[in-house]
Design a protein around this ligand. Structure first.
Ligand SMILES: [Zn+2]
Length: 197
């Protein structure tokens, strides 16, 4: 139970209270503990340093983290104390982020067949030493993936819709539909909710 909560997402706001990322509760708590960030109570917008956050009672039904001698509320939202920009760091390579970068679209035929029909294709096949990276991986539908097989793009008579590259954190942070949280709604305007089908 506790470990599942530690990997839950916390919304991260920059100093200007603009949502810029999500991070696991485990990391959010360490940011609060080190004073890099403060926790926010979503209902009251009250901010808390670690010392006062750990003194809060955990409301019934709210997720919490248990330590040896106390229960700490799992923060839903945190705000960074000093960072006001948008971090220009590369997103970790995950299937979820790849789906987001490629807009759930096959990068060979441009169709959107639905998530179950999309696979990760290595542009330079793994059998030829192609790495699993932002620059070498794209979403491909089942048909295109089969057609390409372990060939190079040109050899398969195919063409990429666009050249794959590592995405930057978007200044307009989007939260995929499946990861929406009620407590976050007050911090992200409606147009930034990404409704994925
Ligand atoms: Zn395709």
């Amino acid at each position: 139970m506790t470990s599942a909560i530690l990997t839950r997402d916390t919304l991260v706001l920059n100093k200007a209270w603009i949502a810029i990322a999500t991070t696991p509760v485990r990391h959010a708590l360490s940011l609060i503990f080190t004073g890099t960030a403060e926790a926010i109570e979503p209902d009251s917008f009250q901010t808390h340093a670690f010392e006062t956050w750990v003194e809060l009672e955990v409301p019934d039904g709210e997720p919490f983290v248990s330590t040896v001698n106390m229960q700490i509320r799992a923060p839903e939202v945190i705000v960074l104390r000093s960072y006001s920009g948008v971090p220009q760091q590369v997103l970790p390579f995950t299937r979820r982020n790849l789906v987001r970068r490629d807009g759930s679209t096959c990068q060979y035929c441009g169709r959107q067949p639905g998530h179950a029909e999309l696979s990760i294709d290595h542009v330079i096949p793994r059998s030829r030493g192609g790495p699993t990276s932002w620059e070498n991986c794209v979403l491909a539908c089942v048909q295109c993936n089969r057609r390409k097989g372990s060939k190079l793009v040109a050899d398969a008579g195919m063409r990429l819709v666009r050249r794959p590259a590592a995405p930057q954190w978007s200044p307009i942070f989007e939260v995929a539909g499946t990861h929406q949280r009620d407590a976050w709604r007050r911090f992200i305007s409606d147009k930034h909710w990404k409704h994925s089908g």
